[in-house]
Unconditional design. Structure first.
Length: 197
């Protein structure tokens, strides 16, 4: 089995590849959508702004191939948000794979962006969270959140409000946190995706 990691020029590739090395996974960094057919599963690590990332995906020709994927796909952080219909960040039209919009946190007393460890409440049984404790901590860096429908939400987190921190629809999985920076629990989630999803 081979894991493909989409490279659109702004992803957190090094941390993700380091995590896959630790897990002993075979992987390839994908610079072109033509390589999607040669891998079994896909990870899309996202760092940066929604508008810029969507522009890069369009330039590289990834948009339609991602939307058409039938293979297991894991979006991380911005990679989760880009699966939405629309992001308030740069007023970006996104991939429209999972219904919902990405909205900016309204700060109140809490600092924006959220940076640091926070709990994930597992609200629906899913292979992604096999052998991971409910209310376990994961590492977040986000100013925006995916306002997703309940039926697609598999994990929630509280920060300013309760938001979807993990979602799933068919072969698409996504998490708002960074599993590659979340210690043993994060590695377990990545291992679950590679081996069970």
């Amino acid at each position: 089995m081979k894991i493909g990691i989409i490279n659109y020029g702004g992803g957190n590739l090094k941390s993700v590849t380091n995590a896959l090395v630790r897990l002993g996974q075979n992987f390839e960094v994908l610079d072109s959508p033509s390589r999607l057919e040669y891998v079994d599963k896909i990870i899309f690590p996202g760092v940066g702004s929604a508008k810029n990332a969507m522009n890069e995906l369009k330039k590289k020709g990834f948009v339609e191939p991602i939307k058409a994927l039938k293979k297991p796909f894991l979006g991380i952080c911005l990679g989760m948000q880009l699966l939405s219909e629309f992001s308030e960040e740069g007023k970006a039209k996104c991939l429209d794979v999972i219904p919902g919009k990405v909205k900016k946190f309204q700060s109140g007393e809490l600092k924006i962006p959220q940076i640091g460890w926070n709990k994930v409440n597992v609200v629906k049984k899913n292979a992604l969270f096999d052998e991971i404790k409910d209310q376990d901590y994961f590492y977040f860096v986000n100013s925006y959140y995916f306002d997703a429908q309940i039926k697609y939400t598999i994990g929630t987190t509280d920060y300013c409000l309760k938001f979807a921190s993990a979602i799933s629809k068919n072969n698409f999985y996504a998490v708002q946190f960074h599993p590659e920076k979340s210690g043993e629990s994060g590695l377990k989630l990545l291992s679950n995706f590679c081996n069970k999803c």
